[in-house]
Design a protein around this ligand. Structure first.
Ligand code: FAD
Length: 297
């Protein structure tokens, strides 16, 4: 029997119907556990997760959605000092805890799925002691339990041979960018600009020969600034462009101003998304989406 529980109806996952013929179940908590942890770069921990809920998760999402490269799930994390064990009975917890003590959502990309081993891989940026997800991922050991809902997903790289790919990401969007690069056709051409702390932060990518990968080193500069400057210095490739730009919010605003304002790419024709905002927890970042500071274009 599955340990799935209702997340409480604020899942916010777009997209169509899942597999299995019925309506996709949104907001269901899928209980997984850590199989193993790898440090794929100083700033990135990869966790391989599995669970009895794997089949239900795959069936509910549908293989079509799982083939999209930016698929993400929403983990629920409780403050460690409360000693709560997932899955969380949110209704009961709402009656017992102060609102600030309730488990919170954190959004992460599924880097890859191994359907034979029934595992998913998720790459977490470790960004110090602040926050819940980053510190949890750093401490996570085999057998540790975690719950998430989803997935949501929208993007898959264009498979046409007349398009130039422009892939722009910071550390938090490396999983989605790397999955997009995995899905490029062998003859794909274009450029990937990826911001990492320094040269030790590079990760392995399966880039086709025609994709130039340019690592942008922060080297202590503020998050996203070197990436935005690199995009501002880029000449617009001729012809059709498949643009993907995900990362820190203020950087994404500057990058959007280039892609849309200077290069003339329609908002609907590109995949552009703020994944986090400097100095904000994800709760604050999501809240600000409703105010002018949260608008990226
Ligand atoms: C669709 C989507 C997909 C995402 N996929 C991934 C993914 O695959 N991997 C990933 O690592 N992140 C991903 N993110 C970003 C992630 O959700 C946020 O970084 C989140 O805030 C991390 O939660 P936390 O509990 O660690 O920190 P929070 O409690 O949210 O924040 C605590 C502090 O840490 C800072 N902080 C948060 N994230 C970072 C960061 N990346 N670098 C430096 N400082 C940070 C905050 O500004 C804040 O000051 C994704 C976001 C979205 C919307």
């Amino acid at each position: 029997m599955s340990d799935a529980q209702d997340l409480g109806g604020r899942g916010g996952f777009g997209g169509g119907r899942g597999g299995g013929g019925g309506r996709p179940q949104r907001g269901i908590q899928r209980l997984f556990e850590v199989v193993r942890s790898e440090r794929i770069a100083p700033q990135l921990v990869r966790l391989h997760l599995t669970g009895d809920d794997f089949d239900a998760f795959v069936e509910n999402a549908g293989r079509e959605k799982l083939a999209l490269t930016d698929k993400y799930v929403k983990f629920l994390f409780a403050r460690p000092e409360l000693g709560l064990e997932p899955p969380y009975d949110l209704e009961a917890l709402r009656a017992q805890l102060a609102p600030g003590d309730l488990p919170v959502r954190r959004t992460y990309t599924i880097r890859s799925i191994d359907f034979d081993a029934k595992t998913i891989a998720v790459d977490f940026v470790v960004h110090g002691d602040e926050g819940l997800a980053g510190p949890w991922a750093l401490r996570a050991r085999p057998g540790d339990k975690v719950v998430f809902s989803g997935p949501g997903a929208r993007y898959h790289p264009d498979q046409g041979d007349d398009v130039t790919h422009v892939i722009i990401a910071d550390d938090s969007a490396i999983p989605a960018a790397a999955a997009a690069i995995d899905a490029l056709p062998p003859a794909a051409k274009g450029i990937a600009l990826i911001e990492v702390p320094d040269e030790n932060g590079h990760v392995e990518l399966n880039a086709p020969a025609g994709l130039e990968v340019r690592w942008i080193h922060r080297d202590g500069a503020p998050y996203g600034v070197p990436l935005a400057e690199a995009v501002e210095a880029l000449e617009r490739p001729a012809g059709a462009i498949d643009a993907f730009a995900h990362g820190e919010r203020e950087a994404v605003k500057r990058i959007g101003a280039v892609l849309h304002g200077v290069w003339g790419i329609d908002r609907q024709e590109m995949s552009i998304s703020a994944y986090w905002a400097y100095g904000r927890t994800e709760d604050g970042f999501q809240e600000e989406k409703r105010s002018p500071v949260g608008q990226i274009l």
